[in-house]
Design a protein around this ligand. Structure first.
Ligand SMILES: [Zn+2]
Length: 395
């Protein structure tokens, strides 16, 4: 076996093998929907602790500052997440409310947001809570500086996390832990910033709730509750304890570090304390990578014209892993109809509505359902028989 395809598990030090085949044009393993070049990256699975992790070498050194600088154009542009009752809410609004609710029993005067990005969460928090002393830190500070000066002028910026004298009542960090090279050093740097009775609160994607996360190239770890528990059990946290819980709206694993008393007063909802949302099943996750069962799929689509149903993450993933060169793309979401879908070879296709499928000129077509299995099942139940007969579930 090639030495590149082995790596050490950061939880149990087991030597692990990479688990996904490369695509025909050697795009490897994990990739995001922008076809970020990650030919030297691999997804590994530790069979000893059932843990997926990614080793990525970005070809662009300034990956973070470059990619995320695009966001400046709309400070208030935000992703949408869904509340348990299905109602949509903007992600940063949700995060600010979440922090407020979680820490409602603590006396918080000073807060630091690590990996704040544009700073929208801390802006909303400081509007809601009066007299809060706010600080931010972000690796991409050169590109965010002007945005911060404009939108969060009273928030102070930490230029570096080393040598900070101030201690905070609360340090929080949303979706940073999956990006950092050295998790132990990140956690210890953050807990060095908290007061004796303070708390450090962080979250990362929960693989049990979000299987697709293993394909995101700049997410270096894809943890389950059990993985995080083992990791933190083995990590030295100075005089502090830790606590882990999950959140459904963010599909995230949360952890907090602080004194036992502080952790006890965090307002975690009892439903989020369920430690196991179901065993993370290796085979089920790996079957999401169409390349792994490619022969069967390619046989069934040979010499047929292809239609991708789904223009987002899973559509891009199918195009990448099956090296698709010529397709029609349809999407049931009117927001995506009329937008451009780029193929890995650079070809651009205009996304159409599904009514295209009912036209006579689609006789010799195969429809690849590019969505998660729940969505595919729901869609198939609604399709007329002649369309259903042409549809293949990919994920
Ligand atoms: Zn392991």
């Amino acid at each position: 076996m090639n030495s590149e395809t082995k790596d050490v598990c950061e939880i149990c030090t087991n030597l692990c093998s990479s688990v996904l085949q490369k695509t025909i044009d050697n795009q490897s393993v994990t990739s995001d929907s922008f076809y970020t070049s990650t030919k030297n990256s691999y997804l590994f699975h530790c069979s000893a602790c059932n843990y997926f992790f990614t080793k990525t070498q970005f070809e662009m050194e300034d990956f973070y500052s470059d990619k995320y600088s695009l966001l400046h154009e709309g400070f208030f542009q935000d992703q949408i997440v869904f509340l348990p009752d299905g109602a949509p809410i903007e992600r940063n609004r949700y995060q600010a409310d979440y922090i407020k609710n979680l820490t409602c029993n603590l006396d918080i005067r000073s807060i630091c947001d690590i990996g704040c990005g544009k700073g929208l969460t801390i802006k909303l928090l400081s509007e809601d809570l009066n007299n809060l002393d706010t600080f931010v830190y972000d690796l991409g500070q050169d590109s965010y500086k002007l945005v911060w000066e404009k939108y969060i002028p009273t928030t102070r910026v930490l230029p570096s996390l080393n040598g900070v004298k101030k201690r905070f009542d609360l340090v929080y960090s949303f979706f940073v832990a999956e990006h950092v090279e050295n998790l132990d050093s990140y956690i210890n740097t953050c807990i060095n910033l908290i007061n004796e009775d303070g708390a450090f609160i962080a979250c990362l994607p929960d693989i049990a709730q979000n299987h697709g996360d293993i394909f995101v190239s700049d997410h270096l770890r894809h943890m389950s509750h059990a993985n995080l528990q083992s990791y933190l059990n083995n990590t030295s946290l100075a005089e502090f304890d830790f606590k882990i819980w999950t959140d459904q709206s963010l599909r995230a694993l949360f952890f907090a570090v602080g004194k036992r008393e502080t952790l006890r007063s965090l307002n975690v909802e009892s439903k989020d304390n369920i430690s196991n949302l179901g065993e993370v099943c290796r085979d089920k996750i790996l079957s999401l990578w169409p390349k792994n069962n490619k022969t069967q799929i390619l046989n069934s689509i040979a010499n047929k014209d292809l239609i991708l149903w789904g223009s987002q993450f899973y559509g891009k993933l199918a195009a990448l892993t099956l090296s698709l060169k010529d397709v029609l793309v349809v999407d049931g979401n009117p927001h995506f109809q009329g937008t451009i879908f780029s193929l890995p070879n650079g070809k651009k296709v205009i996304v159409q509505g599904p009514e295209t499928l009912y036209q006579n000129n689609c006789k010799n077509h195969v429809i690849l359902l590019c969505m998660n299995d729940t969505a595919a099942r729901a869609l198939q139940q609604k399709l007329p028989e002649e369309i259903k007969a042409k549809a293949i579930t990919l994920f």
